[in-house]
Design a protein around this ligand. Structure first.
Ligand SMILES: [Zn+2]
Length: 183
């Protein structure tokens, strides 16, 4: 078996303990290389770290653009093996537990954006009732219930307000009024 002496730890190791350059007498073994990387990383300033991260992102983006099929397969494999990996699974659960605020904010933002359908879903209502804005539905949106009913005029005004909001939401950018329009 061919061996080589690491110029860092001075241990004689098999060639398989080195990355390439088999012929070169001088060389750093894999273990030392990993150690050196860790030290270099620890010595980096936050700006340097960010710059390195940015370079990596660019390389990845370029690869993704040039090899869309390969990337698709790759991400599929990744997500499959990640979801099976118990370490990643427990890390994910831990993240969710310690970032309750973030998760809660996310779900609140979702709720705000999809209030009508979320409420309808929670109450087990059909889509029809939500689409047609039945007065009972509008009453509940205002905070009422079976025993607490708002005046019909108010419900109808609220219904118009929702209709306007929905119309704005459904507008395509092309026919949206320009910012700052007075009408
Ligand atoms: Zn070494």
């Amino acid at each position: 078996m061919e061996t080589k002496t690491c110029c860092r730890c001075n241990e004689t190791k098999l060639l398989s303990d080195y990355y390439m350059s088999k012929n070169k007498r001088e060389g750093v073994c894999k273990a030392c290389r990993a150690q050196r990387r860790l030290e270099q990383c620890a010595a980096m300033t936050p700006e340097e770290k960010e710059a390195q991260l940015q370079r990596k992102r660019e390389v990845r983006r370029a690869y993704r653009k040039n090899n869309p099929e390969k990337f698709k397969q790759y991400s599929k494999n990744q997500s499959q093996s990640r979801s099976l990996n118990p370490i990643i699974k427990s890390r994910r659960n831990k993240y969710r537990a310690t970032n309750m605020d973030v998760e809660r904010k996310r779900s609140r933002a979702y709720y705000r954006k999809n209030k009508d359908s979320v409420l309808a879903y929670q109450r087990g209502w059909g889509k029809k009732r939500v689409d047609k804005l039945s007065l009972g539905y509008v009453n509940i949106l205002l905070g009422g219930n079976q025993h607490k009913k708002f005046p019909v005029e108010l419900l109808e005004a609220k219904r118009v307000q929702i209709q306007i909001r929905r119309a704005i939401r459904n507008m395509t950018p092309a026919n949206q009024a320009p910012q700052g329009a007075s009408t």
